[in-house]
Design a protein around this ligand. Structure first.
Ligand code: SAM
Length: 352
């Protein structure tokens, strides 16, 4: 029997994830698109992404800029360089600037607070930070400086798997959900997400992940395929060790990612959901458009200067690493127009 599409339970989410019948999946896509239109409208909200540093102290087994990912030229953008990117985002009409990077203690609390203040003052844009696990002192200072939102993917609800792919730093225990909930108390809108198809992720785990987005009432949810990078431990023996039996292991393909996007729209109807860059690496021609037609309502055009963008290789083949920000934005505007959707104006938060 076909699983329900309205009032989805956890079991329905699990069943839809493995649904293969194209006619049934058409119903899922249609319903996700309807709910997207009813709840968040036809606007595609644009967030200009600035990848401010590729230094990272973490040893995440999946990530191409982790400390363990082998020799890699490292960069940290200056205050003025970040501000120039933010201005470019403002000139392109983006209502949000996202400052993302590795977990980099060299990016001090005071430096980030100064950048946030300057970006806010010059652009008036909403500011999203995505700088990993930081102290409450830093997070509070950044909020006071004007940061509006914070992205921190919990990566998986399977605690044992999380510890294997995201080792703790010495003397600390990683608690990403805890940090997200504290940030909500500080007044941030909070965003999270997962990769689809990491070795060891079962269909049950992914259903639990999607269920957790609703349980914690996340304001934003980013879902992209896991893309193995040859320099990372998860692409080698660790991945083979962690992989679930074939019938239980989630595949890291476009179809499964799109199912997770559509189901997230159905169970978190008014959350902001991006069509992720990782999806457009799997399917450069149609990945983002497919996501926008199956529940997504956000795109994050890249504003990072090309000489740094090529070094922010968190996974291989990161889309359009050599194109200018203006050229990338043009493509995004054309994509949105081609789908009959409109370009979002304003901050585009969950509540604005
Ligand atoms: N350092 C911050 C953090 O950890 O939240 C932000 C940057 S981190 C590179 C952003 C996200 O990239 C991660 O949360 C992870 O889900 C995603 N990512 C990293 N490696 C990936 C891979 N190999 N395939 C797909 N996504 C990946």
């Amino acid at each position: 029997m076909r699983p329900a599409l309205d009032h989805l339970g956890r079991g329905d989410v699990r069943a839809w994830l493995t649904e293969q019948d194209p006619a049934a999946l058409d119903l899922l896509w249609q319903r996700a698109d309807e709910v997207r239109r009813e709840r968040v409208g036809d606007e595609v909200r644009l967030r200009g992404l600035v990848e401010v540093t590729n230094y990272c102290v973490r040893q995440c087994a999946y990530c191409g800029i982790a400390a363990c990912a082998g020799p890699l030229p490292r960069y940290r953008m200056t205050h003025d360089e970040i501000l120039a990117c933010a201005r470019q985002g403002r000139d392109l009409g983006f209502g949000t600037i996202v400052l993302q990077g590795g977990e980099d203690p060299g990016l001090t609390g005071a430096f980030v607070a100064g950048v946030v203040r300057a970006v806010k003052e010059e652009t008036g844009a909403a500011i999203t930070l995505s700088l990993g696990e930081r102290s409450d002192t830093d997070l509070r200072a950044w909020r006071e400086a004007g940061a509006d939102r914070y992205l921190l993917r919990f990566e998986t609800t399977d605690a044992a798997l999380f510890r294997r792919i995201h080792p703790d730093l010495p003397g600390t225990v990683s608690d990403r959900i805890g940090q997200l909930l504290r940030m909500r108390e500080m007044g941030y809108e909070i965003g999270t997400g997962v990769m689809v198809g990491i070795p060891g992720q079962t269909w049950d785990t992914l259903a639990d992940d999607i269920w957790a987005f609703r349980h914690y009432d996340m304001d934003m949810v980013g879902i992209g395929p896991y893309l193995p990078g040859s320099r990372t431990p998860l692409a080698g023996p660790l991945g083979a060790e962690l992989a679930a039996p074939p019938s239980e292991q989630v595949s890291n393909d476009e179809l499964t990612t799109l199912k997770a996007v559509a189901l997230t729209r159905l169970i978190c109807p008014d959350t902001n959901i991006p069509g992720t860059t990782a999806l457009s690496v799997l399917d450069p021609a149609a990945g983002r458009a497919n996501a926008l037609c199956r529940g997504a309502n956000v795109i994050m055009p890249n504003l990072t200067p090309p000489q740094y963008r090529v070094l922010y290789e968190i996974y291989p083949g990161k889309a359009a690493a050599h194109e200018t920000a203006d050229a990338l934005a043009e493509k995004v505007f054309a994509l949105i127009g081609g789908l009959g959707r409109t370009v979002g104006t304003g901050a585009g938060g969950r509540s604005s």
